[in-house]
Design a protein around this ligand. Structure first.
Ligand code: ADE
Length: 250
């Protein structure tokens, strides 16, 4: 069964309202909703925030719900200067930017696994990237109003494949952002869960992919932008991308 998780309750609630044959069960302070989403059997869950919350939720999806494919959707702060608010990133590699077990392991290396970055599943991520591009080309203008497009300067958003950094920090400082860029120069965006989902999926050998919409620029304006983007735009992106993804899934 496909599992869809997000660290935004608004996104999950929006998807839950589209479920048919809905059943909700609660474990470990999380509501897991099963049913059919636009014809596909899914389990939907709000992971809550941060690496531990995401890891716990992912483990439960795999061991209890027997998830065979996991998709994480949500927002992220732009790190690379080429990322604008409203762009989409589909993750290829995932770093835990706050992992630092020096001097025993080198910075960012996950102890005892021998990796500094986990990779998403090539097939799932390519389908998600195609779905993201189709959403931007077709549905985007229908579901994001002109006033919201103006408000967030969403003139011609793009979808990119690239690396994501995750950690238990909300980035809202140019100085911290610059430090992250120097440590992990190829990273496109920063969030708080993707690399934790990636580690669990690596350990259990379950295919996964992550799609993130840029809600802010991870600088001093980040928290204001993040909240506005979340309440006005983010759910429309996730819903649009996922409906494209599921319509091409067989
Ligand atoms: N998710 C969205 N924006 C973020 C930021 N600036 N830092 C960490 N996670 C985020």
């Amino acid at each position: 069964m496909l599992a869809i998780m997000s660290a935004m309750s608004e996104e999950i609630n929006d998807l839950v309202s589209e479920l048919t044959n809905k059943k909700t069960v609660t474990f470990g302070m999380r509501d897991y909703h099963t049913g059919k989403l636009w014809g596909s059997e899914v389990v939907l869950v709000f992971s809550r925030w941060g690496k531990v919350a995401a890891a716990v939720t992912t483990t439960h999806l795999i061991s209890h719900f027997k998830a065979t494919e996991i998709i994480f959707t949500g927002v992220a702060g732009g790190v690379s200067p080429e990322m604008n608010i409203g762009d989409i990133v589909v993750g290829t590699g995932f770093y835990q930017h706050d992992m630092d077990a020096r001097p025993i392991f080198k910075r960012h290396e996950i102890p005892l696994i021998g990796l500094t970055a986990f990779s998403s599943d090539g097939n799932v991520r390519d389908r998600l990237h195609e779905a993201s591009k189709d959403f931007l080309d077709n549905e985007f203008k229908n579901v994001i109003s002109e006033s919201h497009r103006d408000e967030f300067s969403l003139s011609s958003p793009k979808s990119l494949l690239g690396e994501i950094a995750s950690g238990d920090q909300f980035f809202a400082s140019s100085e911290k952002l610059q430090d992250l860029r120097e440590r992990l120069p190829k990273v496109l965006c920063v969030e708080m869960e993707g690399a934790a989902v990636a580690q669990v999926c690596h350990e259990y050998q379950v295919p996964f992919a992550v799609v993130r919409t840029i809600s802010d620029s991870a600088n001093e304006h980040a928290s204001i932008n993040y909240q506005k983007f979340l309440s006005k735009v983010a759910s429309q992106y996730s819903k649009g991308i996922l409906s494209e993804f599921l319509s091409r899934k067989t």
